[in-house]
Design a protein around this ligand. Sequence first.
Ligand SMILES: C[S@@+](CC[C@H](N)C(=O)[O-])C[C@H]1O[C@@H](n2cnc3c(N)ncnc32)[C@H](O)[C@@H]1O
Length: 413
Amino acid sequence: MEVGQLIAIFGREPSLSLWELSRNLGCADFEVATRDLAVFDSPQNLEVAELQSRSGGLVKVGRIMGVVDALSGLAAILEKNWPDLIPAGSTARVNFGVSAYDAGQTPDRHFRTALKRQAQRFKKYLTANHRSARLVESKESTLPASALVQGKILQQGFEILVLVSPQKLYWGVTLTVQDISRYGRRDFGRPARDSHSGMLPPKVAQILINLTQPKSEEVFLDPFCGSGTILQEAALMGLKKILGSDLSQKAVSDSLRNLDWLKQKYEPVDLADLQIFESDIKELPAKLKSESIDLIATEPYLGPPQKGRAIVGNILPLVSALSRQYIPWLEILGKLLKPAGRMAMVWPFFKVENHGYFLQLQQALPQTKLKIIPPSKHFLTLPWFRSTPRGTVLYSRPDQVVGREIVLLGKNV
Ligand SMILES: C[S@@+](CC[C@H](N)C(=O)[O-])C[C@H]1O[C@@H](n2cnc3c(N)ncnc32)[C@H](O)[C@@H]1O
């Protein structure tokens, strides 16, 4: 690790965060990649705020500022550097916080206590020097995005990131934080919501789109668009040629309403080339030219909602039925995709008594002209990385029967 490098702080699903970051940066390996974060050299022309706002998997982005010889010296470092860390010219109260992250070694309870003491010592220093200060704290060893936003830390002060590695301690500052209220508005604030068919969280929709490495002029399709979550995020990421379709008329009208709302709310989205129409996926080859689509990001039918405890006797026939349904869908999407096209997809999987049941699609893949693009082999060896032997990544909550298997596919040409 070196001074000046950037720090990507991961969200609740670090495997997806790391995979998304690597696709966004076009980078197959990181010198440091833990469950908490990855450290990377800033590519030329990287706009950190843009990377932050498009990356569903990033909670914060920071920069390494220096090495801390001993944690007991952190307050002195802050006493020296704080005037450069607050917004230029600010005379307001200094709101600040400290977070400790695992950069190879997990900060333990003693470390957290000692870090808190250093933060309190620095606060006392500011007050003694007639500068009003507020230390924003949380029960965890790290401040969540909500604490940074509510505490106005980036507007009025700074957050110190302490990275703990087996060799050295580093300190850094937070440059950007996930705009949680904007995500909330895009999720819960939109006019049409369909909790019955299920809606993908906007952050996961962004991750799917980022996995495809989109370019703004490319043609994008979501053939199971539901209420339009993925279409919405694609438009916000600057994609212009966006196609959405769904079997259900209600889904189409929900998507249209949501996209129209987005346009009213977020001026910069360009929807001139947006088309949303009713169609069974089976009819798409008659409506769209073959090899006309660059990018697909989609979450198809995940099966009936699973309430209560599932039993293996019900899940096995469901897995077989869904697998039979998905194979012709994949064949169609394989035909629509251009030879250099990329497709990120959700496949449902089911958890019963701690065992995962996955769609049986692997044998049929060659006939679909598609192949799985796995995450970098460097990530597959990380003990916490939630990949499967077939090169997909799992996303699920412990209490849910239906999980999402995230799959990236390309043409098998
Ligand atoms: C899980 S939902 C997608 C939700 C969407 N990602 C969202 O966030 O709103 C799956 C969608 O697939 C649609 N669907 C199911 N079978 C289909 C088919 N054969 N052709 C096209 N759409 C289909 C359903 O109408 C439903 O809207």
